[in-house]
Design a protein around this ligand. Structure first.
Ligand code: ZN
Length: 162
């Protein structure tokens, strides 16, 4: 075999194997997103009271150490706490502040699941508990994520007025 033939052979093989790895990685990400969506949906259980509505939104997150936390929303006359923040509470109690990935879902009366992005308050809260959470992946669909910083486009805007 000539040296040039060897190079050609390896240049064909390398992209093929990279492509295979990318496909495997994409499948893994898709599976993890789907699992997290299912986990968030599994805690949705609506409870209505005279003063409140609970559990119509569920959230699941993966902390930096790989542990999964879930939460539900609690809307009462005096206050509203989103599902993301009730999931974050036990995480912080465990001494964790960094979130790798987070999702929130709402289910309609037919059981159809909708992925919903964090509200403005939660976006800021997630950033404020840990600056590194600007890199948190916010799941928007089985195969779509955006970084928290993309949902807070002017997060570092401090313009000195001259
Ligand atoms: Zn919120």
């Amino acid at each position: 075999m000539l040296p040039s033939q060897g190079r050609e052979a390896s240049s064909i093989l390398v992209p093929r194997s990279k492509s295979d790895r990318n496909i495997q990685k994409l499948q893994l990400i898709t599976m993890i997103n789907e699992d997290l969506i299912k986990k968030a949906a599994s805690v949705v259980k609506v409870r209505k009271t005279k003063n409140g509505l609970f559990g119509d939104v569920g959230s699941a997150l993966v902390s930096d150490n790989g542990k999964v936390y879930v939460g539900i929303c609690a809307n009462v006359g005096s206050n509203t706490i989103c599902a993301e923040r009730t999931a974050i509470g036990p995480m912080m109690t465990d001494g964790e502040y960094k979130i790798t990935k987070i999702v929130a879902v709402w289910k309609d009366e037919n059981g159809i699941i909708y992925v919903i992005p964090p509200c403005g308050n939660c976006r800021q809260y997630i950033r404020d508990i840990e600056e590194g959470n600007l890199e948190t992946e916010v799941v928007l669909d089985k195969d779509k994520v955006v970084k928290l910083k993309e949902l807070l486009p002017y997060y570092d805007w401090w313009q000195k007025v001259s």
